[in-house]
Design a protein. Sequence first.
Length: 683
Amino acid sequence: MDKTIFQSVRFLPGVGPKRMEPLHDLGIDTIYDLLTHFPFRYEDLQVRDVSTIMDQEKVTLAGIIVTEPVVHYYGFKKNRISCRMAIGEQVIQVSFFNQPYLKNKLIQHQECIIFGKWDAKRSTLMGMKIISTKEDMEETSNFEAVYRTNKSIRQSTLLKLIQTALPLYKENIPNPLPSSIQKKRQLLSHPEAVEGMHFPKDERHSKQSRQQLVYQELFCYQLKLQSLKKKRHHSQKGQSILYENAALKVFIQTLPFTLTEGQKKVVNEICYDLRAPYEMSRLLQGDVGSGKTVVATIAMVATALTGKQACLMVPTELLADQHYETICALTKETEIKVGKLTGTTTLKERRQLLEQLEKGELQLLVGTHALFQEDVIYHDLAFIVIDEQHRFGVKQRVQLAQKGMGVNVLQMTATPIPRTLAITTFGEMDTSILKEAPKGRQPIKTFWVKEQELEKVYDYIEKQVQSGRQAYVISPLIEESENLDVQNATEIYEMISKRFENRLSVGLLHGRLKSDEKESVMNAFQKNEVQVLVSTTVIEVGVDVPNATVMVILDADRFGLAQLHQLRGRVGRGEHASTCILIASPKTEQGKQRMQIMCESTDGFYLSQKDLELRGSGDVFGLRQSGIPEFKVADIVQDYDILEQAREDAITFVIEEEDSVTYKEIQEFIEQTSRETEEVLNG
Ligand code: ADP
Ligand code: MG
């Protein structure tokens, strides 16, 4: 590959040492960086008819200057040129601020084309620049690129640099996509597209250029993911967990229920990975209540049957307690020893636990991030399950995996990840999806009511409790401060306690309680000694109390759809019909839309897709920390179709062309151009 283009920008005429730093701040180090510093929008320079323009619109107007321009000085370095311009029958005012040198270009009786902002009230064009003459106009395109700049580099400087670089280096711009793909997808060449992004001839040209860049960006990224995946599948570096199938079947038969078809399929997928000589890296997505815990337990038991160790990492103490109990109950008929390690495990217990762990006397360990602390040494760790994986950073997940050689990793999430995010963020992993809920589940009815009806809602809770059920009341989310969150929950707790005094028992749960306090509240709720649980979002993940059938969420419009869905998933877990009541008076149209969507659908995948569309990818379930790659041009929501094509092509290409010259070339190009994405992938 010709590397001329990857030289430093300082080789470019007009770039002195002083320019280097501000350019670097814009992410521009090489000539290629400069040429791919694309405009984020275009100014439409086409001359417009005055009668069609709106107040404050940016437009180009052409006319005859009819008065001698005058410069008014009114303060230090402040001045304004003004003159009048005739456009047909109409005469408008033209003003330029702080550009006195433009006076020479506004020549009385001559035609002039000016780009600026239209002030309708004053019939004035606030001039931004003069586009000399009509002939000039015809030569250049009607669009002008607008670039992201910073304090030290002006728009015009950047434009000039790009104008200098393009003719000099156009020949050196690589064209990394395989020609077969370029042809199949009818794409411009990369050099053509780069030019077209800066200087589009027309709208179509600009669109085609963008298309090429989006495709190339997504293809390169997918190619990287797919080749990582292929490499992993072909390596022998993972631990094979060769459990005895019959023994595992016996265990599955002791479960208190039969597995759903979906669960069986996922168990097979996971167990196939466990046996294989490569490292498992699998993502299990399953809506709340779809029964992931059992699936994970089966795979952990398979591991334990061979004498190797498995652990399950969860984000909260509450969940650790709950999963520990579940797993203990499910494995009570077996020889397998289960332990629990969290931040509040006493020193004595901890010492004992670590000893058993190191000696291999303990096979299954459940816990929080305490599981990967330095002094936790495993005898033979072979399998890790990470529940609610989006709650952990990439680093933490990697740290845990380093506790053993060739460890198999299963990540689970109850937040259905829209496909567009899944295939970018988790594209190098294998994925399993649990869709159907276990049989006998009652669907959850969702209602959206205004605050004024809160009393009726409390009456409803009381009625439900009288018939033996339980309820959650979620206090409003206050993102900025946990203190306020807690205060809020406490006030609501007091108010509700008073209202139900002597009739119902009310409990309070929030993040500031000590862990034994949390445990005792949860225990009381589990045992139905507490009937109404007021809580912050700490109960969002995992909590499982099948007798709870009412979920009331206050100020529901403050939550994201994915989060509301998680909260709603706390009910509908048993045999009784459940209700979710959203209390909200949203002010925006989007807010209302979100409440309606919640009432219409209980399909987590649909909701998270909607959430993505309504709020953009940055916001969806804090996935940012799990490493959504940042693309220069592509937008994975908007460019979804291209993403699918690029992925499809990358998969085929990895299979068919791995040994070809083109493949090596494109990989070289990827390495050369994707420093940031590299970091994301390597944690
Ligand atoms: P998730 O972790 O996916 O939200 P859980 O594993 O907590 O879901 O399961 C939710 C509830 O469903 C639990 O009470 C569990 O015991 C029950 N459950 C799981 N699988 C089945 C099944 N196949 N049949 C009946 N109940 C099941
Ligand atoms: Mg779970």
